[in-house]
Design a binder for this molecule. Structure first.
Ligand SMILES: Nc1ncnc2c1ncn2[C@@H]1O[C@H](COP(=O)(O)OP(=O)(O)OP(=O)(O)O)[C@@H](O)[C@H]1O
Ligand SMILES: [Mg+2]
Length: 265
């Protein structure tokens, strides 16, 4: 693959209103699509993975899907989550298509098997082959089969990190609704400081006890950093930044200085 090969995770915190069920942020999605078109035209190759936001987390939480299968009543919840994730995936795919991108939606429930909530088996060949053709794979956090738990919830963060490592991306970008990694949750602490450059050693020292996502069944910022740590440790820089303003995806893709966090090996 090209030397400008990115894995881009679009946070559910940015592309949906996370506290309001089934509410997309269409203007943000449109801005992101426009940024991606520019990158595509400049020869960047990328895989896009998006999170659940208010399409995934509230339903998965209602049926405790992240705890695995323990009651037959959860099965309809599994269906409901899968259908909602396909809805938000379709909203993004349509927007990307309208902007001119050759997008191809891919559903992890059909490509992934987990073990105790960890992504173990991922059939990535369709992703790799599609990329090679010039298509843009669009995946999403999903409910998947789990050999120990029956099923589990696999986050967009986990999928993005797995893809970045296994397909050897040049960088992984986590787009969110906050400017990056702060020394504490900026939502509840307005005085929190943005950490612009962090290495793996420093990341291990950051206190993340307060960084659980409020509406996030997959562990919020804390779990995101666990994935970032794996990726950065494998030699791939990880960017975390807000995608609420136009141009931010491009800035992070090109490494243009700005208000965001870079996690280095
Ligand atoms: N130390 C921190 N620095 C930055 N953000 C933090 C921190 N601790 C907690 N957060 C919260 O983490 C949130 C981002 O993670 P979250 O999992 O909620 O969103 P997401 O991953 O974009 O959404 P989704 O899981 O639906 O894709 C931010 O909105 C912020 O409030
Ligand atoms: Mg999350």
């Amino acid at each position: 693959l090209s030397s400008r090969f990115l894995v881009i995770k679009l946070g559910g915190s940015a592309i949906t209103v996370k506290g309001k069920p089934l509410t997309p942020r269409l203007p943000i999605i449109k801005k992101v699509a426009e940024d991606l078109v520019k990158l595509y035209q400049e020869g960047f190759k990328f895989i896009v993975v998006h999170g659940g936001g208010s399409y995934g987390h509230p339903i998965a939480s209602k049926y405790s899907l992240h705890k695995g299968f323990f009651h037959v009543g959860q099965l309809r919840g599994f269906s409901e989550t899968e259908l909602a994730m396909r809805d938000i995936n379709h909203i993004l795919a349509s927007s990307f298509y309208d902007a001119g991108l050759p997008v191809v939606p891919m559903h992890p429930s059909c490509m992934v098997v987990a073990c105790k909530g960890e992504l173990t088996d991922f059939y990535v060949r369709p992703v790799k082959l599609a990329l090679g053709l010039g298509l843009i794979p669009l995946l999403h956090g999903d409910v998947t089969m789990d050999v120990k738990w029956g099923f589990s919830v696999i986050s967009g963060d986990q999928l993005a990190s797995f893809l970045a490592i296994s397909l050897k991306a040049d960088k992984l970008i986590f787009g969110m609704d906050v400017k990056g990694l702060f020394d504490r949750d900026p939502r509840s602490h307005p005085e929190a400081k943005l950490l612009r450059r962090v290495n793996v050693k420093e990341l291990n020292l950051i206190d993340l006890r307060v960084s659980e996502g409020i509406y996030d069944v997959t562990g919020g910022m804390r779990a995101k950093l666990k994935e970032a740590l794996k990726v950065a440790s494998s030699g791939i820089p990880v960017y975390l930044g807000s995608i609420l303003e136009k141009g931010m995806v491009i800035k992070m893709a090109k490494g243009i200085p700005g208000d965001y966090t870079v996690i280095l090996p």
